[in-house]
Design a binder for this molecule. Structure first.
Ligand code: NAD
Length: 186
């Protein structure tokens, strides 16, 4: 039996890891799909699909779980009604899907694919957006991701990239800072 787990993994965190371990108790193999593969270098999607793949492999380590996982990537398409067929045409076969994302659940259910909702692990804390906020604000994000993922993000200067791509151009030069002091929308 093969399960599919799709996410943006921006970044891959301990909530994702807990879900993966839960799935591994129920199926023999897991297809991990890195969605929105075309996205990177943005405030919501700072990491490339290749970097996210490195994070997942780093978190899986070299143990038994890694041997049971197939990691692949998938670009978005602009038509939700065709997305499940698009995914099925691009990734290895699977028997059921694990997701808590309402749109993903809806699209697979309408296509007649079985979907299971894994338990939520402190979703307010273990969430990509909360972790990106901590990264931008100098908070303690490292404890929310597997240690190997924290090491990888540091290696690629991921926090610096996120901070830089989250700035607006009006905040990036002293000249515009002087001008912006006259603006009223700050
Ligand atoms: P995500 O990384 O936010 O989450 C991945 C999965 O983990 C989700 O099911 C989420 O609910 C679950 N999760 C996260 N934190 C958790 C926690 N603490 N406890 C338990 N579960 C937790 O990714 P996502 O946004 O759900 O990824 C969906 C992907 O599918 C996106 O890339 C999206 O673009 C893609 N998609 C594309 C189309 C299209 O192209 N038309 C349509 C639908 C979905």
């Amino acid at each position: 039996m093969r399960g599919l787990y799709i996410g943006r993994f921006q970044p891959y965190h301990l909530g994702h890891q807990a879900v993966l371990e839960e799935i591994a108790r129920e199926v023999d193999e897991i297809v991990i799909v890195i969605g929105s593969a075309q996205e990177s270098h943005g405030p919501e999607n700072p990491f490339t699909s290749g970097e996210r793949m490195e994070m997942i492999y780093a978190a899986l380590g070299k143990g038994e779980l890694r041997k049971r996982c197939i990691v692949t990537t998938l670009q978005d398409i602009n038509r939700n009604s065709l997305w499940v067929s698009h995914l099925q045409s691009m990734v290895p076969c699977f028997d059921l899907v694990y997701s808590n994302n309402p749109l993903v659940i809806r699209l697979f259910s309408e296509a007649g694919v079985e979907v299971k909702k894994p338990p939520l692990y402190q979703r307010d804390v273990y969430s990509g957006s909360a972790i990106r906020v901590l990264m931008r604000e100098g908070g303690d994000w490292e404890r929310l991701v597997p240690p190997a993922v924290a090491g990888f993000i540091q290696e690629i200067n991921g926090v610096e990239r996120l901070c830089q791509v989250s700035k607006s151009d009006s905040a990036s030069s002293a000249d515009s800072a002087m001008h912006s002091s006259k603006e009223t929308d700050f």
